[in-house]
Design a protein around this ligand. Structure first.
Ligand SMILES: [Ca+2]
Length: 235
């Protein structure tokens, strides 16, 4: 079964390559411009742009792309995208080789700000086929991924040098839960402030998506900026 499956995938790949060849494209002029392919052999396409509102450097692609490093549009650069053909959508990934945070998009998107994957984060993408549920376009969900922990650096709050200061830090939407899945009993933050500054859990615990940290800066040399790394996991 596996050998047969692999073989059929290989043959499908060969057909796709022949459909993209210039000779084939030149013989299929009835269905539009060459990148659209021919009837029965549509070519996927998406245009990625480095600025919002389809500005900056824009680059169209017809193939899954496991690594945007070195491309004109660039790695960790995409800010908007459009031009997906009917029946297809894309899965965008924050890491190369279709890893990291994934977001499924099937429609023109003038800004990736405030999306799950975020602005200037796309490193790879692949095409997926959509289906119709009555009149609703169904985009396949992103592949499930293992539960994992990432450590996020956060520095924003200023420590008052006359008294202790408690600040709240929050995990990002794609890794929403506080804690290290590999060490669930450990304190889920590291103090990266200057050596003068101590940090401890406020109230002796932490919440589901956020953590309160109390800082103390006893050296009386002035206010300082807090700096912690926070452990967050994705499920
Ligand atoms: Ca950008």
């Amino acid at each position: 079964m596996i050998a047969s499956f692999v073989r059929s995938v290989f043959l499908a790949g060969a057909i796709t390559v022949s459909a993209l060849s210039p000779a084939f494209a030149q013989t299929t002029g009835t269905t539009g411009s060459p990148p659209s392919g021919s009837r029965g052999h549509p070519v996927n396409s998406v245009t990625l742009c480095s600025d919002v509102a389809y500005g900056g450097v824009c680059q169209w692609f017809t193939q899954d792309t496991p690594n945007l490093i070195g491309t004109p549009v660039g790695n960790d650069s995409v800010s908007s995208l459009r031009g997906m053909r009917a029946g297809s959508a894309v899965h965008l990934f924050s890491d190369i080789n279709f890893q990291g945070t994934c977001q499924a998009l099937g429609f023109d998107t003038p800004s990736l700000f405030n999306t799950v994957i975020g602005n200037d984060r796309v490193s790879s993408f692949k095409f997926v086929s959509t289906s119709m549920d009555n009149t609703v376009v169904v985009i396949p969900p992103c592949p499930s991924r293992p539960v994992e922990t990432k450590w996020f650096s956060q520095s924003s709050a200023v420590i008052n040098h006359w008294a202790s200061t408690t600040r709240t830090f929050v995990c990002p939407p794609d890794y929403p839960d506080v804690g290290d899945v590999a060490a669930p009993a450990a304190i889920p933050f590291g103090n990266r402030s200057s050596s003068n500054v101590s940090a401890s859990l406020a109230g002796g615990g932490y919440g589901y998506q956020g953590i309160d940290v109390t800082f103390w800066n006893p050296n009386l040399t002035g206010d300082q900026t807090t700096n912690i790394s926070l452990a967050c996991h994705n499920g």
